[in-house]
Write a protein that binds this ligand. Structure first.
Ligand code: HEM
Ligand SMILES: [Ca+2]
Ligand SMILES: [Ca+2]
Length: 306
């Protein structure tokens, strides 16, 4: 049972400390807000929001989620999490969990980028384990069908509205060519590009991600407003300008219940912001450790005493 006032007597400035650190990090890295939001998502989908993604191999930890397929050479922002943790250890030693730091950093990242604010529920504790196989199986693939991603969300208690709203996180941040290049030249063995890709956008993407080029070249997930948290992710889908196959599927899968939700968010940014905030709370509630479960890590990368 998480609560917005969990640290009110033990670390009353926690939200401000996190927010200031994220703001500071943004001055030298315009992508960091997106990266921090994604870290919270990749934490919560694997054994719940318990900081498991932050652990390195060492001591009793024999596997790390960082090297699982969806994370390796992809998730980033760990240095900022460590710097937030050091500030908090100076102000309120041994009090704030790494899992809560991820939830707070996600909210600051969205609100500092122009998106909604919400009251973050707190009181999560940190795991004593990491689950690499779990990261490989529980995180959605950008090559999956809408049914695939829907079932990964429903496996953690999130519904279709949550799926569409949270996919709106792709309103900022970057993606490497390797995660959508299957759409550009020979889609599903057809010898042609994905028919649900806008032809002008296709030409730009083919230029940025040529065949036999580097799969790690970065592209904006939202070609309209790449660093702003707004509803242009959804207006892009209406004109076939979703970057990942799984983005465009939300609007282009015939008969899907996701289509009307995309239309609503494209036409009504406030509806998107309100739903996104609620869906972030829903995601943040995925099986947290509470009470005497787990621990409060001193160093987010390691179990205490190891
Ligand atoms: C619906 C299924 C989803 C799939 C298949 C998916 C897949 C991906 C992929 C492949 C990337 C690019 C990674 C890279 O190039 O290294 C990415 C980036 C990103 N994802 Fe998702 N994602 C999904 C849902 C979400 C959700 C629910 C959130 C957060 C609420 C999110 C937030 C982000 C952000 C902010 C980025 C950019 C990160 C950065 O620039 O560092 N994604 N996603
Ligand atoms: Ca986790
Ligand atoms: Ca945007």
């Amino acid at each position: 049972q998480l609560s917005a006032t969990f640290y009110s007597t033990t670390c009353s400035n926690v939200s401000t400390i996190v927010r200031n650190s994220v703001q500071q990090a943004l001055t030298s890295d315009s992508r960091i807000a997106a990266s921090l939001l994604r870290l919270h998502f990749h934490d919560c989908f694997v054994d719940g929001c318990d900081g498991s993604i932050l652990l390195d191999v060492g001591g009793n930890i024999t596997q790390s989620e960082k090297t699982a397929a969806p994370n390796a050479n992809s998730v980033r922002g760990f240095d900022v999490v460590d710097s937030i943790k050091s500030s908090l250890e100076s102000s309120c030693p041994g009090v704030v969990s790494c899992a809560d730091i991820l939830a707070l950093a996600a909210e600051s990242s969205v609100s500092l980028s122009g998106g909604p604010s919400w009251s973050v529920l707190l009181g999560r504790r940190d795991s004593l384990t990491a689950n690499q196989a779990g990261a490989n199986t529980s995180l959605p693939s950008p090559f999956g069908s809408l049914d695939d991603i829907t079932s990964k969300f429903s496996a953690v208690g999130l519904d279709t509205t949550d799926l569409v709203a949270l996919s709106g996180a792709h309103t900022f941040g970057r993606a490497q060519c390797q995660f959508f290049s299957q759409r550009l030249f020979n889609f599903s063995g057809t010898g042609s590009p994905d028919p649900t890709l806008n032809s002008t956008y296709l030409a730009t993407l083919q230029q940025n991600c040529p065949q036999n080029g580097s799969g790690s070249t970065l592209n904006n997930l939202d070609p309209s407003t790449s660093d702003t948290f707004d509803n242009s992710y959804f207006t892009n889908l209406l004109i076939n300008m979703g970057l990942l196959q799984t983005d465009q599927e939300l609007f282009s899968t015939n008969g899907s219940s996701t289509i009307s939700i995309v239309n609503n968010f494209a036409n009504n940014q406030s509806a998107f912001f309100e739903t996104f905030a609620q869906s972030m709370i829903n995601m943040g509630n995925i099986s947290p450790l509470t009470g005497t479960q787990g621990e409060i890590r001193t160093d987010c990368k390691k179990i205490n005493g190891s």
